[in-house]
Design a protein around this ligand. Structure first.
Ligand code: NAD
Length: 363
């Protein structure tokens, strides 16, 4: 039986359209192989939307995304729009999209591929075999807590204030995503907080500990965030799934990303309680190489694989794409960002063609 899925494509700006074209080609092929029928609809977001409509997230785009089974985004932003007022900036469109789709969980894997071990700035023996997932809370914590602002203090000075706050329900829902994620991986979950200093973290730790009773198959540990940052660069292989708050997750997921050494390789997923998830590369729109066929499309393609696994429940199709990525790297194909002297330098399109061939020959 053929399964049907409505996918909204948001190519965005810069290298976005180039890498999205590769991902769509790969999805079409995988669809044929696995009897999945995708109905793709493009929509405008970011600078492209500003140019066409004056707004970074037109209402029509949000509505179309809400009516899809999943949303695949490339990247937004560029020099051209950098001087616009904040509410008209491309980034505001992205934040609006996350809020509009109620995406409270951000999943960022960091996997060291054996073929790219040399691109990490850490020693090969430290990073070899690293395969971890950071689950970050995305719509609460200090980025959204009230009160916030810069106020006049009694001394006459200005005083900046932000508030880190979580309710039990907010911790529980991200906790559940994390336990489910760990369960699908190796069954180990590390919750990161600062419970020795912060009450909000104490509540976080209490709720996560309570939740663990529902997941007896998952081994739960806790770490303070300062220690977690240190452990990530000391011995990252000790981790499988990490769960943490918005601010801590922002920082730790970037540390985890840099273990791999190659931003053009990293996908991400943002999920809500119901409704479509948003799948996008970690990197930006790379305006410095846009339109030159130099972009690495693999983060975008791996984001499409995450969409299949976490958004459309098609793990076999996702694994097939991930396998094809490994295969082209094993064959020695590299875009400029991951190129080394003994490998074959290819452009974005040629990398897409190599991937397609890998998918077809392994069919
Ligand atoms: P960036 O990730 O776009 O680029 C950083 C560096 O990495 C650049 O040298 C770029 O050429 C390179 N790079 C990035 N992706 C690559 C790829 N797939 N293949 C090869 N090289 C790649 O970050 P930046 O330069 O700080 O930001 C550029 C624009 O992107 C800004 O407008 C920024 O706001 C936006 N941005 C968007 C997102 C998003 O859409 N989620 C994320 C980050 C930055």
């Amino acid at each position: 039986m053929v399964q049907q899925f409505r996918i909204t494509l948001l190519p965005g700006d810069g290298i976005g359209p180039e890498i999205m074209a590769v991902a769509v080609k790969i999805l079409k092929e995988i669809g044929q192989q696995f009897h999945l029928q995708f109905s793709f609809q493009e929509a405008l977001v970011g600078g492209a939307a500003i140019d066409a409509t004056g707004e970074p997230l037109p209402a029509q785009t949000l509505q179309q995304c809400q009516n899809s089974d999943a949303v695949l985004l490339a990247a937004i932003g560029g020099y051209k729009w950098d001087t616009l007022p904040r509410h008209q900036r491309p980034e505001t469109g992205l934040l609006g999209l996350r809020a509009g789709l109620k995406l409270f969980a951000n999943l960022r894997p960091a996997t060291i591929l054996p073929q790219l071990i040399e691109t990490s700035s850490l020693k090969p023996e430290v990073v070899e075999g690293v395969d971890l997932m950071v689950v970050r809370e995305l719509t609460g914590g200090i980025y959204f807590g009230q009160p916030r602002g810069i106020f006049a203090a009694e001394t006459g000075e200005k005083r900046g204030v932000n508030t880190m706050a979580y309710t039990e329900a907010e911790v529980d829902r991200i906790g559940r995503v994390a336990f489910e994620t760990a369960r699908k991986r190796s069954g180990r979950l590390c919750s990161v907080d600062k419970a020795n200093v912060l009450e909000v973290s104490q509540l976080w730790r209490d709720r996560i500990t309570l939740l663990a009773q529902e997941y007896p198959d998952v081994v739960l540990t806790h770490l303070y965030v300062d220690n977690a940052a240190m452990q990530l660069v000391r011995w990252p292989k000790q981790f499988d799934t990490l769960v943490t708050s918005n601010l801590f997750g922002d920082i730790l997921s970037d540390i985890a990303a840099m273990l791999t050494g190659s931003i053009g390789m990293l996908p991400s997923a943002s999920l809500g309680a119901a409704g479509p998830g948003l799948f996008e590369p970690v990197h930006g729109s790379a305006p410095d190489i846009a339109g030159q066929d130099k972009a690495n499309p693999l983060a975008q393609v791996l984001s499409a694989a995450m969409m299949l696994r976490h958004g459309l429940n098609q793990p076999e199709a996702a694994a097939k794409i991930e396998q094809a990525v490994l295969s082209v790297l094993t064959q020695g194909y590299r875009t400029g960002d991951i190129h080394s002297p003994e490998t074959t330098l290819v452009g974005c399109q040629a990398m897409g063609d190599a991937l397609l061939q890998a998918l077809q020959t392994e069919h």
